[in-house]
Ligand binder design. Structure first.
Ligand SMILES: [Zn+2]
Length: 182
C-alpha cells in the first residue's frame, strides 16, 4: 500500500482510538472485521491494495457510526406517513409495506458504512486506487455518484477555509468583524 495512504489511515484510526492490524491467512470470504472490545480493526491482506483501503475505511465507519455514537437512520416524517397511514387500496398498502421493508434493509448498517467509506475514499486513497477500486467494483459506481455532492461540498468548504488565513494575514491589526443583524 502507498506509504502516504497507510500513514493517513493510521492517523484516522488513531484519531478514533482504534488499532489497525493487517494480517494474511484470513479465510478468503473475510475481508476484515472490527472488534469493539479491544477497539481493533483486523484487515485481510489477501485482497488488492485498493480493497484493503476500502475495507479499513468501512470498518472504521462502523466505529464512527455504530459503535461510538450509535444512531438510527430516521425516515423522513412525510415519507413514513405514507407508509403507516391506512391505505384504502390493498394494492397501494402492499407497495407501501414492501417499500418500507426494502428501505430498512437497504439503509442498514452495511450500506451506511459503505457510504461513509466512499466519501472518505477519494480523500485518503490515491487516484490510481480510486480507478482500480471502481474497475474492481463497478456496482459501487451508483453509490459514488450519490455521495459526490457531499464530497464536492466538503472540497469547496476546504477551499474556502484555506483562503481565510491568507485574508487575516493581510490585515493582522484589523478589529474583529462586527456582526450586524439585518
Ligand atoms: Zn460492515
Amino acid at each position: 500500500m502507498n506509504q502516504r495512504v497507510a500513514t493517513t489511515l493510521r492517523g484516522l484510526a488513531e484519531h478514533h482510538r482504534v488499532k489497525l492490524e493487517y494480517v494474511g491467512g484470513l479465510p478468503g470470504s473475510v475481508f476484515g472485521f472490527a472488534d469493539p472490545q479491544s477497539r481493533t480493526i483486523v484487515i485481510s491482506l489477501n485482497q488488492p491494495d485498493c480493497d484493503v483501503v476500502f475495507t479499513t475505511l468501512h470498518e472504521l465507519a462502523h466505529f464512527v457510526l455504530h459503535i461510538d455514537q450509535p444512531y438510527r437512520l430516521s425516515i423522513p416524517r412525510w415519507l413514513s406517513w405514507s407508509f403507516y397511514r391506512p391505505h384504502k387500496s390493498e394494492y397501494l398498502g402492499e407497495i407501501a409495506c414492501k417499500t418500507k421493508r426494502l428501505l430498512r434493509r437497504k439503509c442498514g448498517r452495511e450500506l451506511q458504512a459503505d457510504l461513509w467509506a466512499l466519501i472518505a475514499y477519494p480523500q485518503v486513497a490515491t487516484p490510481d486506487d480510486v480507478k482500480a477500486f471502481l474497475r474492481q467494483h463497478p456496482e459501487k459506481l451508483k453509490w459514488v455518484l450519490l455521495v459526490t455532492p457531499f464530497l464536492l461540498k466538503h472540497r469547496i468548504g476546504q477551499f474556502i477555509r484555506s483562503l481565510i488565513p491568507l485574508e487575516t494575514a493581510k490585515t493582522p491589526d484589523s478589529p474583529p468583524p462586527a456582526h450586524h443583524r439585518s
